[in-house]
Design a binder for this molecule. Structure first.
Ligand code: MN
Length: 169
């Protein structure tokens, strides 16, 4: 057993984040484990840049109201208690709402070889300020056969686990 004392909170870099974002690393597995867990706190308006995770990522919102978007999909509002999974290689971003803090757990794995994540352009204000859709409404779009099915959507994840819409997650 190892008990790790509280480590200093570090500020996220401006190369991959916009606004004030603070990170606490909770777990960084040693081989053969490649698990990564962090707490990420976003100030209102803060978000990360477009990125994709080699082995996918699960984020779980613990506080506040935020935004998430998969490339080609709509901006979705996320709230405390929501869990969002992005599959390997899916480009996306996540952050706080313009007028709310948002904190989430980020859980991912490093690949056996190569970088854990690939980073692209920052999210412009025009992209960020697009009117968000609440995920339950996005899911109704998904069931109607539109391309909203690719949106990261907790309700769709539950459907996926029960055998519906699994191809989209
Ligand atoms: Mn991510």
């Amino acid at each position: 057993m190892e008990i790790q004392p509280k480590q200093p909170t570090v500020k996220a870099g401006t190369d991959t984040f916009t606004g004030d974002v603070w990170l606490d690393v909770i777990a960084r597995g040693e081989e053969p484990s490649r698990v990564r867990v962090s707490v990420v706190r976003f100030a209102p308006g803060a978000r990360n840049a477009w990125h994709a995770h080699a082995v996918g990522q699960t984020i779980h919102v613990t506080e506040g109201i935020g935004r998430v978007q998969a490339r080609g999909g709509e901006v979705i509002e996320i709230r405390a208690g929501d869990t969002i999974h992005t599959p390997p290689g899916e480009w996306h971003w996540h952050g706080a709402a313009p007028d709310h803090f948002m904190t989430h757990l980020a859980i991912w794995e490093a690949p056996a070889d190569g970088p854990e994540s690939e980073w692209g352009d920052q999210i412009t204000d025009a992209e960020y300020l697009a009117r968000p859709r609440r995920y339950s409404l996005a899911h109704e779009g998904a069931t109607a056969g539109t391309d909203h099915a690719r949106v990261a959507c907790p309700r769709a994840m539950r459907r996926a686990s029960s055998g519906h819409a699994a191809a989209d997650h």
